[in-house]
Each structure stands twice: as C-alpha cells, then as structure tokens.
Design a protein around this ligand. Sequence first.
Ligand SMILES: O=P(O)(O)OC[C@@H](O)[C@@H](O)c1c[nH]c2ccccc12
Length: 256
Amino acid sequence: MLEQLLAGSLEDAAERRELMPYARLEAEALSRPAALDALAALAPADHMKVIAEVKRASPSRGDLADIPEPQALAAQYEAGGASAVSVLTEQRRFKGSLADLEAVRKAVSIPVLRKDFIGDEYQVLEARAAGADLVLLIVAALPQPRLERLHTMIRELGMTPLVEAHTADEVARAVDLGAQLIGVNARDLRTFELDRELFGRVADQIPAGVVRVAESAVLDVADVQRYREAGADAVLVGEALVTNDPIATLSAYLSV
Ligand SMILES: O=P(O)(O)OC[C@@H](O)[C@@H](O)c1c[nH]c2ccccc12
C-alpha cells in the first residue's frame, strides 16, 4: 500500500513536471518569502501542542469531510490555537492538492506542513513553491541515502523535515539523520493497522532536544493525555478535527 501511494504521488508529480520544468519550479521556490520557523512553533511547552490537519479522506477511513474551503478550516485551526497546519496534498486517496496548500498558506500565519508521499527533489521544490514550511518524510517509504538527500534538501530550502517512523528501527534511522522533529505514526502505512502503544515504547529512543510528535488516531482528550504522559510534545490530528467542531476540540486538547 505504501509503495502504491508513493508511486502514485511520484507519477502525479511527473505529470506536473511536464508543464512546469524543474528549473522554473526551483526559481519559484527560491523566490518565496523565507519559510517560518516550525521548530520554534513546535518547541516543548507546558501544554500539548497540536498540528491540525486538513484531511478530506483516507484509504483506511474513507470520506471524512468535504472541506470545500480548506483555507477557512485552517483559519479556524489557527484561531483555535493550533501550532501548525498539516495539509494533505495527495490526490488519489486523500483527495488533497497543492492548491489546498497554497490556499491555506495565504490564510494563516502559522507554519504549514506538506503531507504527502515524498520521494524526489521535485516534490520538495513544489512544497516550497506552494509556501510550505514543513515537509513530511516517511522513513518506511525510502532507502536511507535517499532519505538523507531529501532531508538535507528540505533544510537547505529553509524548511523543517517532519520525519515519520512506525517501528523502533525506523525511529533509529530518523535519529541517525539528525532529525530535529520526529513523528511516531500509530498507523502502519503498510497495513493500516493501529498500534496506540507504539509511541510509549519508542519515545525514549528520541534524544532530548528533538521535538516528539505523536501521529494518528487521536480521537479524544484521553488519547491526548495518554500521549502527553508518554512524552509527546505535540499531536498530529486529522479525523477528530474535521468531523467535530474544530475550535472546541482544539481547546480541549490544548488544555492537556
Ligand atoms: O486522522 P488522524 O487519525 O488524526 O491522523 C492524522 C495523521 O496522523 C495522518 O493523516 C497521517 C500520518 N502520517 C501520514 C502519512 C501519510 C498520510 C497521512 C498520514
């Protein structure tokens, strides 16, 4: 499944490349105002921080919400106290787009994450050209040398990589990269199975000073509390925010 998602995203990017060649996209990416400091926005605080996700659908959960105006939802996220907004740009199964990311970028002044299956440099440039401050890198999707190259490139463009792991071994690979922001995804992207205890088991592997994000399947305040006790600095939340009142939900989560 993960391989299919990555292949699909790379194919879609290759199609866009026909219309916008690498050199032109690069010039556009480099002409953007500097990326926002996502590490500062997500730095450990005396309460849980939230990365709030714009998410219409997913292969594991199907359709979640229409979200005709992602910018309006993102503005609510910001007003509700989110520290960053995650925008799914994968089109085939998550029904997202780079246009969503651009619209969100214009509407908020907190950092914006490009959430997609990133496998090449062109996609990284697309993220910056659309105004992203953060880019997701999924350890399970890429061999280590490729991961290293993309991690370096994202940083050279002034953005922050969010390095996502789903096993102890993947956390070790994320740490080896020198990642400053590590996400532990409770959902296995290969099988879609959930492991809610995973974060607690691997949190100690993440060095002090690295920002720890617990991702997926946060459905209520108790889930947030559990992750807080296990050492999470932030949670990444999609479904619960797009299917409930975002402001009320955020306010409850931010009290943890
Ligand atoms: O909707 P949820 O269960 O709150 O999950 C959000 C986020 O963690 C999830 O969308 C996600 C985490 N890692 C990903 C990688 C690709 C696509 C999606 C994801």
